[in-house]
Ligand binder design. Structure first.
Ligand code: PMT
Length: 403
């Protein structure tokens, strides 16, 4: 799940069939550490009950502006001041129209008008309604007024139509909220390798390692969020493709090398995060290797795989090349060796012996080394979620790329 910052979210729900997804959205917001209070319009209650949202958020749900009992608790002005984000999902065409014109004829619109909080909405409506010039005008005006419009998505609609107007999925709404506001990678093409490689020994066995792909996929997601066009060459992993990323699946180092050479031409930034097997079996067996009953040892003859990242760095049209270094000791010295020996521009060195970091973990820490004229620049990135580390690495590489 995307990381949304911890904040006080006032979740507004209006009368669309997508309101049933707001329950999941409330749950995800809570899980990401937000305090959530829900306000529903009259129409929304025809699609989902306040009790559902109350059970999920642990807070009473507000539905009416003129409710003396509720106003005796947290009054609507207090509620408007409490929120630091007002998120409306789903936002119907009618609600968008009322907000665009400054109406305050129910609790939700009144709160929006009374609050200085950051405001975002996920529109949801029939595709023909979304395409109407009036809706387009309202969407434009809301954006001018400072609203962030998240979506809508396009595809099959509950009414049977196909087209734009579907509410973004709750995970995508959270991801969009967490996305950075700036897009310094606009126009930049990035190629990233991720995950492990598998080197076959016979039709059923292979040599591999513990890479889960999380670090490389986080880099792909971060680069995309910052505006880049991202092509991800992925070894076998069990991760969904980040939204907007073009993914190329490979198995062996040979296949990864071939894909890297094919995609590296004309790209601006190449990041080698994959844990590539340095060696492969010289001659994988055609049939399953049988256990020998007369011998206690088995000798495998391995040959070196191509060095994928060094080959990219050796191209005459080389992009800016960022490699990783997975070390268990002498992090800085080995990373520096990789920077010079492989002719890289930057190295992200991680100590994979540290508990809770590196292979398979959700967090990582790194020592960044990069070429700077005659010297080597250096920065420490302390333990943090891989998503945050990835964004820091991409930003640092973009800054170097722009120099
Ligand atoms: O996937 P996760 O579970 O999230 O774990 C993340 C990670 C630990 C795998 C990642 O952070 C990492 O360190 N990736 C690089 C792992 C590695 O193979 O490091 P290395 O020091 O052996 O290789 C140095 C560099 O050369 C790397 O950029 C590697 O992609 C590249 N290489 C290595 C061998 C080879 N034949 N070709 C290469 O391109």
């Amino acid at each position: 799940m995307s990381t949304a910052p911890r904040r006080r979210v006032l979740l507004g729900i209006s009368a669309g069939i997508a309101a049933y997804k707001s329950a999941q959205l409330a749950r995800l917001l809570k899980q990401s550490g937000c305090e959530v209070r829900v306000v529903m319009t009259d129409g929304a209650q025809a699609f989902i009950t306040p009790l559902t949202l109350q059970a999920l958020t642990g807070e009473p749900v507000r539905t009416s502006l003129l409710d003396p009992e509720a106003e005796a608790g947290m009054g609507h002005i207090e509620l408007a001041r409490w929120a630091d984000l007002i998120l409306i999902a789903p936002a119907t065409a009618d609600l968008m129209a009322r907000l665009a014109h400054g109406h305050a004829d129910d609790l939700l619109t009144t709160l929006c008008l009374a609050s200085d909080a950051e405001k975002a909405m996920a529109p949801a409506m029939n595709q023909a309604m979304w395409r109407q010039p009036a809706t387009a005008r309202n969407a434009h005006r809301l954006t001018e007024d400072g609203w962030r419009l998240l979506g809508p998505d396009s595809g099959d609609q509950a009414c049977g139509d196909v087209g734009p107007g579907r509410m973004l999925e709750p995970e995508a709404i959270l991801g969009a909220l967490a996305a950075p506001a700036d897009r310094p990678a606009e126009g930049v093409r990035v190629v990233i390798t991720a995950g492990p490689t598998r080197e076959p020994l016979d039709p059923v066995r292979y040599l591999s390692n513990h890479s889960s792909g999380k670090m490389g996929y986080a880099l792909a997601a971060a680069a995309t969020a910052l505006g880049a066009r991202v092509q991800l060459i992925s070894g076998p992993v069990a991760l969904p493709t980040p939204a907007g990323v073009e993914r190329f699946d490979v198995e062996s180092a040979g296949e990864m090398h071939e894909a890297a050479q094919r995609l590296a031409g004309g790209c601006d930034l190449f990041i080698g995060c994959a844990a590539v097997a340095d060696y492969r079996a010289e001659a994988p067996a055609e049939h399953k290797l049988k256990k020998r009953h007369d011998e206690d040892t088995l000798t495998l003859r391995l040959v070196k795989n191509p060095d994928i990242i060094a080959a990219v760095a050796a191209r005459p049209d080389r992009p800016y090349v960022v490699g990783f270094a997975a070390e268990t000791r002498e992090l800085a010295a080995y990373a520096h060796d990789k920077l010079t020996r492989k002719h890289l521009d930057m190295v992200v060195a991680n100590d994979v012996s540290r508990a809770g970091l590196g292979f398979g973990a959700d967090d990582n820490a790194a020592l960044l080394l990069w070429r700077e004229d005659e010297t080597t620049g250096q920065a420490d990135l302390p333990p943090q979620p891989k998503a945050d580390l990835a964004e820091a690495v991409i930003r640092r590489a973009l800054a170097r790329l722009a120099d």
